[in-house]
Structures are given as C-alpha cells and as structure tokens.
Design a protein around this ligand. Structure first.
Ligand SMILES: [Zn+2]
Ligand SMILES: [Zn+2]
Length: 351
C-alpha cells in the first residue's frame, strides 16, 4: 500500500512530500490511520544524521496516535475503529530475558528492539519509516490502547515518547508520596516529568536555568522551582532529594545535582548529549552512596500503564499543532527552545 509521508532526502536537505510503502497487514498486524504525530528531539537528530547511521529518505516520528483501520486474522487485542498509539518500538525479539519481563526497550536479542524509524526490517525499503505519514502497520504486541477523550488525542501523542521516557524512571525509582523528586530541564521531556511526578504524589521540584521559566514550571504542577544557576538556592536543598530525573540533552556538570541527593539517592539521565558530560566528582558519590543512572524509554506494559494513568488523571502534553509543511521551521524553533512544550503534526495536512 502506498501512503503519503514527509521525509528528509538527506541530512542537509529540507523535508519533502514522499510516497512510501506500508506492508499489507499480516495475521498479527494492526493497520493504523495516523491522526497526529508528536515531534521528538530524536527525530531531528536522526533526520540530520547527528547520531550517524541515518538512512534516506528518512521519515521520523515515534509519538503516534490514530485509529485502527484493519486487523490481521489472529489479532485479539484490537478491532477496527479503536483509538491506539505507537511509540518508539515496533518489534523486538520477544524471547530474551528483557522481553520476557516486558522490558522490550532493553531487548538483548539479535539487533535489539526495532525502532519505529530507521531500524532494519524485512519490509521495503529495508528500514522502518515512522509517524510523519498517513498510516502505519505494526504488530499488535507493539500497539497501545489510548483512552483519552477525542479532543485530547493530539496532546496525548507525546506521551508515547516524552511521557514514557519520564514515567519509566519515576516508577522504577519509586517517585510517590513522601518522596522529594527533582526534574531537571523543563522542555518536551521535563514538562511531562513534572506533571507525572506531581500526579504520582511526589513533592515535585523543577530545575531550570532561567528565572523566566519559574512561573511556567509552577503552572505545570511543580511544588517548587529552583534556578540551577543560583548557587544559594541550590545550596539550600543540599542532601534533600530522593530522586532527580535529568532530561537535559546538552553536556553539563552533574556534580551540583548529585550534591542535592540524600544518602542512597539517584540522579537518572534520560537526555542523550552529543558530547559526554564532564566526569562527575567521586567523593560526592561515595560519601553518601549516591548513584548516577540512565534509563531508556519504557516497556510496552508500562507504556500502557502510563497511558491508562494519564487518561484517568486527564494528563496530556502541552502542545503546539503544526502542519506537515512546517516541520523544518519547527525543528529550527525546537533548537532554540522556542516551543511550549511539544510540536504535534496534524496528519490531515499531509495531503
Ligand atoms: Zn522520542
Ligand atoms: Zn528481546
């Protein structure tokens, strides 16, 4: 089946309309007409080949919501008309220890998990193409149910990456009542981190580099806001955090955040900087048995748990809707931090 999409023809070329091929749904497949697709910073990294290995034309997009238009003969979880989502993965080995535990993002099978775009696949053209397109065909095991109201659907799209990337570590490190949790960087990921930590019942503290973002962070649900460049403000919170989630994707000094952790506290990184952070000071870690950790998106089961929680609590992303033709401009604005807090493509504009 040929469908409309937009893609980057090369790392240094603007996006252009494309016709791409989607496979006919197999016995376990779900065909989805895409309604909206969020614009993640990873999309930009891939389209511009900043991580290396990008294949062209490149059709990014892994924050997909839409409706089921066809199901294969053996599909049991979904039917035509269901509202569904697809996140960062469309397949995995399904039998390694991680997959068996529902942690497909850490699949250790051959080739690890299959990313929603730019990952090897038997389908033409040999690598996956993502959600900047009219439709997608995905194995039912990697399709999520979305219970948000129809009018919330566009703003629910970013939950499929930004939402789960913050939810998974918040849950793993037990963010909840009685815990003091910090979120560093109030952007696409961080704004979801603040909303989710607050909804989970944690005392939620937003860290930002600029005083101008204080009000916005409070409006997202932070109990407190710390301007991280203000040393006195930072010092007042020394040794007080159970957990800090750092969403910043630019290289920076981690030590000031480690110093804010309690004994046994953890600073978890979810941003992927192009250049490494400076090596952290070891004394800060050993004297209070603190940890620096990392976390990658989330498994399918916990993504469903997050979507259900968000639907129940009315949680969505704060978005700015764009037409497909505005994607290059959106990338440029994203690089300047000029977005509150996620762009979402209205797929109806692809035609
Ligand atoms: Zn993403
Ligand atoms: Zn696996």
């Amino acid at each position: 089946m040929t469908v409309k999409a937009i893609g980057a023809p090369a790392a240094d070329k603007p996006f252009e309309p494309l016709a791409i091929t989607r496979r006919e749904p197999g016995a376990h497949d779900v065909a989805i007409k895409i309604a909206y697709c969020g614009v993640c910073h990873s999309d930009l990294h891939m389209a511009r080949d900043e991580w290396g290995g990008a294949l062209y034309p490149c059709v990014p997009g892994h924050e997909i919501v839409g409706h089921v238009t066809a199901v294969g003969a053996h599909v049991t979880k979904f039917k035509v008309g269901d509202t569904v989502g697809v996140g960062c993965m469309v397949d995995s080995c399904q039998h390694c220890p991680s997959c068996e535990e529902g942690l497909e993002q850490y699949c250790t099978g051959e080739g690890s998990f299959t990313g929603t775009y730019n990952a090897p696949t038997p389908d033409a053209p040999g690598y996956t193409m993502g959600g900047y397109s009219e439709s997608i065909v995905v194995s039912e095991n990697f399709v999520l149910r979305v219970n948000h109201k129809p009018e919330q659907l566009a703003a629910a799209a970013p939950l499929l990456c930004a939402g789960i990337t913050t939810w998974s570590p918040l849950r793993h490190w037990n963010a909840g009542p009685g815990k003091k949790v910090g979120i560093v960087g109030i952007g696409g990921l961080g704004h979801m981190g603040v909303k989710l930590a607050r909804a989970l019942g944690a005392h939620t503290v937003a860290f930002t580099t600029s005083e101008s973002k204080r009000e916005a962070a409070l409006a997202l649900g932070a109990h407190e806001v710390i301007v991280s460049k203000n040393e006195d403000e930072m010092a007042a919170h020394a040794g007080s955090f159970d957990f800090i989630l750092n969403t910043v994707a630019a290289s920076h000094n981690l030590d000031p955040f480690v110093a804010l952790l309690k004994r046994d506290g953890t600073l978890t990184l979810v941003g992927a900087p192009e250049h490494p952070h400076p090596s952290p000071a070891v004394f800060n870690l050993i004297f209070s048995r603190r940890s620096i950790a990392g976390s990658l998106i989330g498994g399918i089961a916990e993504t469903q748990e997050m979507l259900d929680f968000c639907a129940e609590h009315g949680i969505t992303s704060d978005i700015e809707m764009i037409a497909a033709s505005q994607i290059d401009e959106a990338y440029d604005r994203m690089l300047k931090g000029d977005v509150r807090y996620r762009f979402v493509i209205d797929s109806a504009t692809l035609g």
